[in-house]
Design a protein. Sequence first.
Length: 288
Amino acid sequence: MSSSNAHHGELGAFLKARRTELSPAQVGLPDSAGRRRVMGLRREEVALLASISPDYYTRLEQGRRQASEPVLDTLARVLRLDDGERAYMLELSGRDAARPRRRATQKVQPQLRRLLDDMPTTPAVVLGRRTDILAWNPMAAALFTDFARFPEGKRNFVRLVFCEPAIRALYPDWDWVAQISLAQLRMEAARDPNDPRLAELVGELSLQDPDFRRWWGAHRVAVQGRGTKTLNHPVVGRLILDWSFLTCTDDPDQQLITLTAEPGTPSHDRLRILASHAAQADREERRS
């Protein structure tokens, strides 16, 4: 399947998923009497609200027609898409897809590696395409898990969230964390729907985990640059951490993710305890 066809097919599935979540009442349409044969809005209702023909919209949803940007903007308004969903739709339509596709194995940029090494008390990781974990510092290993024990091809954040029991146990709100990480992964799929490693990851997790399969089918997307995580750590207890990312200018597909705690809070103190614990473990390992 060509990249263009893959994009159009995914765009149609995305539009369908979004319209099934809206009721006529939500968009100001009268709900016709009797039982509706489809969930959410009908294609004809979306076309009416977008001032396009039903045939045009049907072809668009079936992947047989390419929409102009004004039409996509109108559909974003009709389907009540947020900024991340709108960006995802434009990416799928090819309106924002001029960036060359790069499938070479990623290596962490040297400046990001130095930043990791210079943060002895701050957990930090470098994520690449598909949320692959390219590098981490000792504090990140102490907070999450020893990433080195996983083969390089299996060091992927979404895979670990769904498949690694120790990481699942860290999150009291695991369902929310898993769905957000999966929604961010879907943005990756929009950038390169023919990425074989991404297809392998999605296929593997779809077979292994019914939650992944259901949430992936919902076509949710998300773009987040910062947020807050709550973790129940087995050594230091409850942590409330703020996370943010820095995008590498030399390779925009690499991001440095840091987790910090507000000074004076119990979480800040517990991070210092964790840093001391990690340093002691490192010294013992070096002596052995």
